[in-house]
Design a protein around this ligand. Structure first.
Ligand code: SME
Length: 154
């Protein structure tokens, strides 16, 4: 089961023990991926200007390591400043396929708590149609909001 609070506790502990931002971004991806068999690919893209760059992931390698804002589900989430849950990616025109097996995808933005400024996103793919629930989004937001705190002062 995906439990964002548990993952945040783990991140807190590692952070107090001196883990740096890159290590914490990797740990978040590993913990999320391990939480459910529904998650076939989990990654974090970071935003720099108009480009999302893949920071780390668990799953099959992808050639889409850079995505322009406005493109695909990932770039649309940034352009429209919202999280996106796609139950069936085959219904989308504006979709960038990382795997032909993927059926559903969710993107949750990593933001600053105070200003809402977007620093990046959690991106999850599933080979199952409609894999991501509202509860998943709530749990992923807990993790994303904690990660947003890593960028304050940037
Ligand atoms: N499907 C995404 C691209 C990233 S891969 O899922 C890893 C999109 O449409 O933006």
């Amino acid at each position: 089961m995906l439990d964002g609070s548990r993952i945040v506790s783990r991140l807190d502990t590692e952070s107090r023990d001196g883990a740096d931002r890159d290590a914490l971004l990797r740990l978040a991806v590993q913990e999320i991926e391990a939480a459910s068999g529904r998650f076939d690919w989990v990654g974090i893209y970071l935003l720099d200007g108009e480009t999302l760059t893949l920071h780390n992931y668990v799953g099959e390698p992808t050639e889409h390591t850079q995505i322009t804002v406005g493109h695909g589900v990932c770039g649309t989430a940034v352009a429209e400043d919202r999280n996106i849950n796609v139950p069936d990616v085959r219904a989308l025109d504006n979709y960038i396929a990382c795997s032909v097996e993927t059926r559903s995808e969710i993107v949750v933005l990593i933001r600053a708590a105070e200003t809402g400024q977007v620093y990046g996103q959690l991106d999850l793919d599933s080979d199952r149609q409609g894999a991501f629930t509202e509860a998943d989004e709530i749990e992923l937001r807990r993790v994303a909001d904690w990660l947003g705190g890593l960028f304050s002062g940037d």
